[in-house]
Design a protein around this ligand. Sequence first.
Ligand SMILES: CCCCCCCCCCCC(=O)SCCNC(=O)CCNC(=O)[C@H](O)C(C)(C)COP(=O)(O)OP(=O)(O)OC[C@H]1O[C@@H](n2cnc3c(N)ncnc32)[C@H](O)[C@@H]1OP(=O)(O)O
Length: 157
Amino acid sequence: MKAIQLYYPPEWAHCYGCGYLNAHGLHIQTYWDPEKGESETRFTPRPYHTAIPGFVYGGLLASLVDCHSTATAAAAKAQAEGLSLEATPLRFVTASLKVDFLKPTPLGPDLRLVGRPQEVKGRKVVVETELYAAGTLTVRGEAVLVQIAEGFGGGAG
Ligand SMILES: CCCCCCCCCCCC(=O)SCCNC(=O)CCNC(=O)[C@H](O)C(C)(C)COP(=O)(O)OP(=O)(O)OC[C@H]1O[C@@H](n2cnc3c(N)ncnc32)[C@H](O)[C@@H]1OP(=O)(O)O
């Protein structure tokens, strides 16, 4: 199975969190289960992703939820519209990101994020994410993702 992010065309693949063309990035990879209608991302934090010794930095956890959510939105939209990401790449940006840190996340174990689309409507997708460390739910996220429209980012730089 191919990660959703690997379907992004090169011009959309520079993201620090999930772009395969960013040599310094996190390279977050998300997989879609069409039967369950949910997504999964796994990530192993490095020792320097520290908040206080032994625990993962919250900004990294928010980044994981962010890029996991944009990818989940693309897969959910593709499934809802009967599209293949291979033939029709879809790219979403984050309009809103809410992250609840329920418990400190231990630094060491693999992290597992599970995403469930709550709403797919027009260009907007709402995704809820749960992040587990060694089977314990430590973070819950909710993101509003909007599909990139023609001319996105115009005027910047
Ligand atoms: C060229 C190469 C590019 C290459 C681009 C590669 C991007 C990689 C991105 C990786 C992930 C990120 O980190 S993204 C980076 C952080 N995000 C950004 O920089 C985005 C900045 N914001 C924007 O550009 C804009 O606000 C957008 C695109 C998000 C939305 O503007 P818009 O396109 O005019 O959409 P709009 O019609 O207003 O809204 C569509 C629907 O979303 C809802 N909506 C909009 N904003 C919000 C919000 N904050 N909270 C809740 N809901 C919202 C609206 O109510 C509406 O729902 P309804 O009324 O239809 O129900």
